[in-house]
Design a protein around this ligand. Structure first.
Ligand code: IMP
Length: 179
C-alpha cells in the first residue's frame, strides 16, 4: 500500500532496537540496586506507549508489574493545553511502590507534568520517567526525565506506537510525515 504522507525515516528498526536495549540496561542496573519489596511497576501511557512498553519490558531483567493510564488533553488535536482528563486511571495502588512511567514522546511536557503531580500525590516510593522521544526544543516545563531515548527536533513523527489521526502506529520504524 502507498504511504503518501510518510516523509523521511528518522529511526530504523535497528536503531530503535539498539536504543531500547541501552535504556533497558540502564534501568535494570538502577532498579537491581534498589529492588523494593514489590516488583517495579511500569505504567504505560496509552495509547502511544504500548509498543515501546512491550519492547522494553522484555529487555528488563528485574521483576515487573504493569498498569496503564489513558489521558486526553483539552487542547487542540495536535497541541496540548496542560489540562488533562484521565480517561483510564491505574488499577493499582501505588503507595510505597517504585513506579516508572513509560511514554512514547514528550512535546510540551505538559501531559507528563500533570501526571507526575497527580501520581506523586499518591505517595509512591519513587516515580521516574522513561520517554522514548523528546522534542526538547518545544518543552514548556522542565521535567525530570531520567531515561530518554532520542532527542528530536520539532517535527511530527509517526510509527512505533505514534499516530497521525490513529494511523501508522504499527510502523516498525519512526518517520516524519508531510502535513
Ligand atoms: P505534550 O503534553 O505536549 O508533551 O504531548 C505529548 C503527547 O502529544 C504524546 O503523548 C503524543 O500523544 C502527542 N504527540 C506529540 N508530538 C507528537 C508527534 O510528533 N507524533 C505523534 N504524537 C505526538
Amino acid at each position: 500500500m502507498e504511504r503518501p504522507e510518510i516523509d523521511n525515516v528518522i529511526y530504523t528498526e535497528e536503531q530503535i532496537r539498539a536504543k531500547v536495549g541501552e535504556l533497558a540496561r540502564q534501568i535494570t542496573e538502577d532498579y537491581e540496586k534498589d529492588a523494593g519489596e514489590r516488583p517495579l511497576l511500569l505504567v504505560g501511557i496509552l495509547k502511544g506507549a504500548f509498543i515501546f512498553l512491550a519492547d522494553i519490558a522484555r529487555q528488563l531483567e528485574v521483576p515487573l508489574e504493569f498498569d496503564f493510564m489513558a489521558v486526553s488533553s483539552y487542547g487542540s488535536a495536535t497541541k496540548t493545553s496542560g489540562v488533562v482528563r484521565i480517561l483510564k486511571d491505574l488499577d493499582t495502588d501505588i503507595t510505597g511502590r517504585h513506579v516508572l512511567l513509560i511514554e512514547d514522546i514528550i512535546d510540551t511536557g505538559l501531559t507528563l507534568n500533570y501526571l507526575m503531580g497527580n501520581l506523586r500525590a499518591r505517595g509512591p516510593a519513587s516515580l521516574e520517567i522513561c520517554a522514548f522521544l523528546n522534542k526538547r526544543v518545544t518543552n514548556k516545563v522542565d521535567l525530570p526525565i531520567k531515561y530518554e531515548g532520542f532527542s528530536i527536533p520539532d517535527v511530527f513523527v509517526v510509527g512505533y506506537g505514534l499516530d497521525a489521526a490513529e494511523n501508522y502506529r504499527n510502523l516498525p520504524y519512526i518517520a516524519s510525515i508531510k502535513r
